[in-house]
Design a protein around this ligand. Structure first.
Ligand code: ATP
Length: 257
């Protein structure tokens, strides 16, 4: 069973600047939420908060209804382990594709989960390697296990980074412009993998500058402008009949922020 993540009335910024004002957004199991908005508006900042990398100045982050920052450090760590993040630039380890995809598999969510998996390993049902290979298969790299990370193209490296996040079976996947440097083929592989992840029940939030990508992969779209999230709605409504006129302008490339 996967779980949901929710940001409620978040305010955040850096030093004396405010970046996010009164931002609320949920990521539910099995849905893909695209976050769109101009450069510098705070998409990465929001994803980092959702990933529990940073604590918001104000507002509440809930994991399955629990206030994450009011919970114990141990609990927060457990929540953190249920969230996968893929950055714009894949940074892989100086190791094989297999090793890279396996990284994180030692991080188990809970003792009971660990026990369950260990028992399953003992009877040969699954093991870390099979999780990693399965995840690499989703991104079309299951045949490249022994290749060294340094020999991969940028697109292949990003696909391994995606597989690494997928391999440890997260509840939520946060993707920060994961295809901004990729060609159409690698982009299509990542987008298919996003759909596959959502079909498995994983909730996905993806920040993107590519409006077509948002249309292709998202169930819902959140529009982040200078005043925070001005509108969240299902993808068709955002692109065909948005409630806020600024959304239309932004999508049409008219709004210079
Ligand atoms: N660590 C930091 N310290 C200070 N300011 C920061 C820091 N990180 C981001 N900022 C600033 O916060 C604002 C939001 O940045 P953020 O990277 O979240 O935007 P973004 O929407 O993801 O941008 P882009 O689309 O260009 O990736 C920007 O003005 C940025 O310069």
């Amino acid at each position: 069973m996967t779980h949901s993540l929710r940001a409620n009335s978040i305010h955040h910024g850096y030093a004396d600047t405010t970046v996010l004002e009164n931002v609320s957004l949920s990521v539910d199991p099995g849905e893909v939420v695209a976050i769109i908005g101009p450069s510098g508006v705070g998409k990465t900042t929001l994803l980092r908060l959702l990933a529990l990398f940073d604590r918001p100045r104000e507002g509440v982050l809930e994991y399955d209804g629990t206030d994450v920052w009011a919970a114990s450090q141990q609990e927060r760590l457990a929540f953190r382990r249920c969230i996968g993040m893929v950055f714009q630039d894949a940074s892989l380890f100086d190791a094989s594709v297999r090793r890279n995809a396996e990284y994180g598999l030692h991080v188990r969510r809970s003792w009971s989960d660990r026990l369950r998996r260990e028992v399953a390993d003992l009877v040969g049902l699954r093991n870390g390697t099979s999780d990693a290979v399965e995840a690499l298969d989703v991104v079309g790299l299951a045949e490249e296990l022994d290749r060294h990370a340094s020999s991969l193209s940028g697109g292949e490296a990003q696909r391994v980074a995606f597989a690494r996040a997928l391999a440890y079976d997260p509840d939520v996947l946060l993707l920060d412009e994961p295809t901004s440097d990729l060609d159409p083929r690698n982009t299509a592989v990542i987008e298919d993998a996003v759909r596959e992840a959502s079909l498995r029940g994983i909730g996905v939030a993806i920040a993107t500058h590519d409006m077509n990508q948002a249309r292709r992969v998202a169930d819902r779209v959140a529009v982040l402008l200078g005043d925070g999230i001005i509108e969240v709605d299902d993808t068709e409504t955002i692109f065909e009949d948005p409630a806020d006129p600024r959304t239309r302008k932004f999508i049409d490339g008219e709004l210079i922020y």
